[in-house]
Design a protein around this ligand. Structure first.
Ligand code: 7PJ
Length: 293
């Protein structure tokens, strides 16, 4: 992998620096209409802020704000709609001192949330939109580059790979190289195999087993398996009954080298990771945030 020598000891994003001595937990905050549908916008925002507070209290290191659904079959939203959903919330939470990732593919949204104090861009398209890399490079935000085959509307229609691990790794290498060339610092880049994004259950399991191959690049690996349909396929559980399966998946990912997990169930995940870290003989669970400017 270009630019990698040793495993990163810290991850930098915006004004924040996180130690990578224990796994980081990113709590999911969706502000798509299907997540917070009832009530007016103000009520929605209050609820969103309350949920962020709960996740922080439960031990989330970062909060991942998303205004565009990327579920299989989801349709794109317009730039103004996405900004409407995300920007006021980012302004509120950033002002309150939350390290925020923002899930977006749009350079205009990236620039706006950077100005509002977001720490990191989590892009399911790995900054492939024209101008996306530049928007991130100029801002000092951290980036998470995720692999996806095709796009949300069509990605789950018969995904195919030669060798899923090699294909995903090659794609992520190309994207890392593009980011480095554009001036995004190595210590601000994370990678993500994109579980469920154009992958069958077998592909997801193979990628999970091969987490170590991705981690060996030296770039922090983010794993997002929380409540995903592969876990439903394995357990026969509906989406609201997948917490134990999600915690097991997060543990499996961390045990194989993932540096950060993106989860809905922060409290349960943090408990499980604390036990795992103790068993592994890691130092006591401490705040991972080293520096906030
Ligand atoms: C992921 C994501 C993931 C990263 C979503 C869902 C679908 N970002 N955004 N990794 N998944 N980095 O949460 O079910 O796996 S949206």
């Amino acid at each position: 992998m270009p630019g990698s020598i040793e495993p990163a000891l810290a991850y930098r994003c915006g004004a924040y620096t996180f130690a990578l001595t224990r796994p980081l937990v990113m709590g999911i905050l969706n502000v798509t209409p299907d997540s917070f549908s009832d009530g007016g916008r103000f009520v929605d925002r209050e609820r969103a802020v309350a949920h962020a507070g709960r996740m922080r209290d439960d031990g989330a290191d970062l909060i991942d704000v998303g205004g565009e659904s990327s579920r299989p079959g989801a349709s794109p939203v317009s730039e103004s709609e996405e900004l409407d959903r995300v920007l006021p919330l980012v302004e509120t939470l950033a002002r309150a001192g939350y390290p925020l990732a923002v899930d977006t593919r749009k350079p205009a949204v990236m620039r706006a949330v950077a100005a509002a104090g977001a720490a990191m861009i989590n892009d399911i398209e790995a900054l492939t939109a024209p101008g996306a890399i530049e928007a991130c490079a100029q801002s000092g935000m951290g980036v998470c580059l995720m692999h996806m085959q095709r796009e949300p509307r069509t990605m789950q229609a018969a995904p195919e790979y030669g060798d899923v691990v090699a294909d995903v790794l090659a794609f992520l290498e190309t994207r890392v190289r593009a980011c480095l060339a554009a001036g995004i610092a190595r210590e601000r880049i994370a990678i993500d195999p994109g579980f469920g994004f154009g992958k069958t259950l077998a592909h997801n399991l193979q990628l999970l087993r091969s987490m170590g191959t991705l981690a060996a690049t030296g770039y922090p690996v983010v794993a997002g398996l929380s409540r995903k349909s592969s876990l439903g396929a394995l357990t026969g559980r509906g989406v609201d009954e997948r917490m134990p399966a999600s915690v097991a998946a997060a543990l499996a990912a961390v045990a194989r080298g993932a540096a950060m997990v993106r989860v809905h169930d922060v409290r349960e995940t943090v408990d499980a990771l604390r036990v795992w870290c103790a068993v592994e003989g890691k130092a006591a669970w401490e705040p991972a945030l080293l520096r906030a400017r």
